[in-house]
Write a protein that binds this ligand. Structure first.
Ligand code: PAF
Length: 282
């Protein structure tokens, strides 16, 4: 596996491969890699000649300094894992390499997608995501880029950014990878205490019940039910639960036939914030 830390080196290496018409699959990450990331890499390997993974803990997408400081950093283990799955290229830039002396985000207009859910609770988050993903796309110039559906809103926002900026990359959303007990895989799970880890699968259990209930009940009743369920969970604090239009991400007003909905949830286990979502049938 080739490892590059400067833009100049990776660009020059990849441009020679592009001249040979090799297709590039790209998996941007913030490290602390888990099976979910490896599943994205596998997908990328199936569809491209070579796979580039980036590891960069992007400071501009964290709304809380504490969260950035505590974000798990496991670079040695990550490198070993990437080698074990035959990743071709790892891009591992420093903050200075990406942002020089101006660690700030560009402002983006994602046609309103950015004002819902995560956007309401994490100020500036999606400007930070847009800034880094666009920068990485410009450096790597991938044919296809792979993102997990756990961050479903992020995925829609990246698709919008690509469309609006007419970037050539195809953005692929991949299914949520779960632990055996249903907890969505996340780098943040490593920070849960044993008790919090035991409590956390309740999130997906609740989402599965939501899917059932939404078949017969309206969104307000389902939402109240979820809020009550979490009141009984001493280790989990519900930040939001929303049923939203799958495309616009606007909260549902009234079920409409022909529209597809998804349920979205954010929960705190102590200071650790966990998100998840599920496709609904109506
Ligand atoms: O989903 C993530 O890990 C990050 O938001 C991403 C897409 C790598 C951008 O920093």
């Amino acid at each position: 596996m080739k490892i590059f830390i400067t833009k100049k080196e990776i660009k020059s290496y990849l441009s020679s491969l592009k001249e040979q018409n090799k297709s590039i699959g790209f998996v941007p990450t913030m490290g602390a890699l888990h099976q979910g990331h490896l599943s994205l890499i596998k997908k990328a390997q199936q569809k491209n000649d070579l796979v580039v993974v980036s590891i960069f803990v992007n400071p501009t997408q964290f709304d809380k300094k504490e969260d950035l400081i505590n974000y798990p950093k496991t670079i040695e283990n990550d490198t070993k894992l990437l080698k074990s799955v035959s990743c071709d290229v790892l891009f591992l830039p420093s903050v200075k390499e990406i942002y020089a002396d101006d660690i700030s985000s560009k402002k983006f207009d994602f046609d309103g997608l950015e004002h819902q859910m995560e956007g309401k609770f994490r100020e500036g988050h999606f400007d930070g995501v847009g800034t880094i993903v666009k920068t990485l796309f410009e450096i790597v110039k991938p044919n296809k880029a792979y993102f997990g559906q756990k961050d479903y809103q992020q995925l829609q926002i990246i698709k919008k950014m690509v469309k609006k900026n007419r970037l050539k990359v195809k953005v692929k959303g991949c299914p949520i990878f779960r632990e055996q007990d249903g907890l969505a895989m996340s780098s943040r799970n490593a920070r849960l205490t044993d008790a919090q880890r035991k409590a956390a699968p309740f999130i997906y259990k609740t989402l599965k019940k939501v899917r059932k209930k939404f078949g017969t009940e309206n969104a307000t009743i389902v939402t109240e039910w979820v809020e009550n369920q979490f009141k009984k969970q001493p280790l989990l604090e519900l930040e939001y639960f929303t049923i939203a239009d799958k495309k616009t991400l606007e909260p549902i007003q009234k079920k409409e036939s022909g529209k597809k909905y998804r349920a979205f949830i954010a929960v705190f286990a102590g200071k650790i914030r966990l998100i998840d979502n599920i496709q609904l049938k109506n």
